[in-house]
Design a protein around this ligand. Structure first.
Ligand code: FES
Length: 98
């Protein structure tokens, strides 16, 4: 499958957001979606089919469960009063495989 790449020079990132070195960044927004920022975002369904993202360099994925357009955020998190403030932390190493 061919990956599409995008030129990002004209993107204005929301305050506090920037690109990571691998050009994909996921931000857990407070009380809102997971914001995916980058060039060449690939989003697939469970069958492995790729979503057409219309050339977007930023997408928001619902984490409140109330969007009518899953997996994308449609703003319903605000209507339902979804609350979740996440702080970055270290995860323990994954358990060894049997
Ligand atoms: S996070 Fe926005 S609709 Fe669920």
């Amino acid at each position: 499958m061919a990956r599409r790449t995008f030129e990002l020079k004209s993107i204005d990132f929301p305050e506090g957001m920037s690109m990571s070195e691998n050009n994909i960044e996921i931000v857990c927004t407070n009380n809102g979606p997971l914001r995916v920022i980058g060039d060449g975002i690939v989003l697939k369904d469970a069958q492995g089919n790729t979503f057409g993202l219309g050339g977007r360099h930023i997408i928001s994925l619902c984490r409140c469960g109330h969007s009518e357009n899953k997996p994308f955020c449609d703003g319903s998190h605000a209507r339902v009063g979804f609350q979740s403030e996440i702080q970055a932390r270290e995860l323990p190493p994954p358990p060894p495989k049997p």
